[in-house]
Design a protein around this ligand. Structure first.
Ligand SMILES: *Cc1c(COP(=O)(O)O)cnc(C)c1O
Length: 376
């Protein structure tokens, strides 16, 4: 394939399209043992607390961990759930299901509360389960379930966890920094996100925000060496370093991504752009006769699922290929149980890009001989 001057735009929920300046920030070698680099890592940890709206003086820490978001979620289970602990997972999509796989792999006792993929996790069901099962020590929920783009009410779920005095773990991978999250109101003990979602960095690390005292678990509690958040935190406190080789270039890129986040006006600015992206997308798709899968009341501005068109010529693979040949990368493959495909609204993309992708989708459908009637 010939190199092109321009990358295709990614309409995926991470990795996602990043700015040129974020990519350029990686054109340096950074000595991971050098104090200038370590000062920058410390500053990143501090800035994440600022974005979360919590303070070091109140005991909060942001622990960075090598690897993708999954490693971050697994590290919380592997470190912070005691040997005799039990976790209830609220699941309505692939990422809730992945938590269950982690608990199985780590041999942690667990319960599951499932709702359908288009139904938010249910605080009343959680209330009843916690009342009935005193063995449960931890509640784990997903904020934006990126499988469909559904938003779960983490504040209502957290209120139930707090009422029953259980610890509360929130996978806010695809929502942190694009939705205002009130840690105190939601009673969050551990929040996990990563570099390559709404903060618009490149992949390389995840981070967990929680209280220092809760990371520093008793000796022999952690079920993993490399995923031990307490040891990772102690490493940062000892010499400001990652315990093992850090993702240096990803950290340099992240610093620039944080600058761009601030310049955009933080969570308010970023949320406004993503909302505008989502609105432009849905309006354009509706005109083509493609309808969103979720009801608006539970739909996030992170990613939007659309029902497959009911037309005999439609296959997702052929459709995906045609759209990608036009320069737009949709989310390849279907992870939802429903017949849907997904388009991400996050990353360094703008409403004009959403209109472009809609245009390309219209052309692709046209070429496939698919003509739909928009709903009135
Ligand atoms: C992206 C994502 C993850 C982690 O996925 P990785 O591929 O490991 O980065 C976990 N939960 C949610 C909700 C996500 O969107």
């Amino acid at each position: 394939m010939l190199p092109t001057s321009k990358d295709q735009l990614l309409f995926t929920p991470g990795p996602l399209t990043t700015s040129l300046a974020v990519k350029q920030a990686m054109l340096h070698d950074a000595g991971s043992w050098h104090w200038t680099f370590n000062e920058r890592v410390s500053a990143i940890r501090q800035r994440l607390l600022g974005i979360a709206g919590v303070r070091k003086e109140d005991g909060w820490e942001a622990v960075l961990l090598q690897g993708s978001g999954t490693f971050g979620v697994e590290s919380v289970f592997a470190t912070c759930v005691p040997r005799d602990g039990k976790v209830v997972v609220l699941s309505n999509g692939a990422y809730g299901e992945r938590m269950i796989l982690m608990l199985q792999a780590l041999r942690i006792d667990h319960a599951i509360l499932r709702t359908q993929e288009d139904v938010p996790s249910d605080p009343a069901a959680l209330d009843a389960l916690l009342a009935a099962d005193p063995a449960i020590t931890h509640v784990a929920a997903v904020h934006c379930e990126t499988t469909t783009g559904i938003l779960n009410d983490i504040t209502a779920l957290g209120a139930v966890a707090r009422k029953h005095n259980r610890r509360y773990i929130v996978d806010a991978m695809s929502s942190f920094a694009a939705y205002a999250i009130d840690f105190n109101a939601a009673g969050i003990d551990f929040l996990i996100s990563s570099a390559n979602k709404c903060l618009e960095g490149v992949p390389g690390f995840s981070f967990v925000i929680g209280k220092r005292a809760q990371f520093l678990v008793p000796e022999g509690t952690a079920r993993s060496l490399s995923l031990d958040l307490g040891s990772q935190l102690k490493g940062f406190e000892k010499n400001a370093q990652f315990r093992y080789t850090p993702p240096t270039h990803s950290l340099l890129a992240f610093e620039q991504a944080l600058n761009e986040y601030d310049a955009e006006g933080g969570v308010a600015g970023r949320a406004a752009r993503y909302q505008a992206n989502h609105a432009a997308l849905v309006a354009g798709m509706r005109k083509l006769g493609l309808e969103p899968y979720l009801p608006p009341a539970v739909q996030s501005h992170i990613i939007t699922s659309f029902r497959f068109p009911a037309h005999p010529n439609f296959t997702f693979d052929a459709f995906y290929r045609r759209v990608s040949e036009k320069g737009f990368i949709l989310y390849p493959g279907k992870i939802s149980q429903a017949d849907t495909f997904r388009i991400g609204n996050i990353g360094r993309i703008f409403p004009a890009d959403m209109r472009q992708v809609v245009y390309a989708i219209g052309e692709a459908l046209d070429e496939m001989g698919i003509h739909l009637t928009p709903k009135a």
